[in-house]
Design a protein around this ligand. Sequence first.
Ligand SMILES: [Cu+2]
Length: 167
Amino acid sequence: MKKFIRLSVLVSIITMATACKNRNETTVPETTPTTEQNETVSTSENTLEIESTDQMQYSTNELKTGVGTVTLTLKHTGKMDKAVMGHNLIILKPGTDIAAFTQKAALAKATDYIPESEKASIIAHTRLLGGGESDTIEFSISEPGTYDFLCSFPGHAALMKGKLVVE
Ligand SMILES: [Cu+2]
């Protein structure tokens, strides 16, 4: 008799536990994590900003970034027209003959000094800007290293040049 009572208590405990578990399962609201969507829209950490002036200069001659997608903004802070003091920023592949490149670029006025014949040497470039304008470009670099950048407006590369260090 004692054994039977103990068994029935045990059974009722199990029943309660099961009922409790079921209740928990049904009362838990189905909340799907909405934060996951936001996490996948990650902004690039490789964001570069550089300015150029009416004094024919960049604000820096060294840019640093990591490998991957790079977002670069060139801002012309001057006032002069792009026909007189136009600036761009061209990132060149390693091993490019800069003197030869700028010579060809100077003749490429029709394409804003981006020489069609040298496109294979260009990793990325902004458009040609006049005072007050800016351009943002996105490109990808997978190899760490040091890359030359310059402005291809005739005569500018003597002063307007620098290194993009990719780590
Ligand atoms: Cu320039």
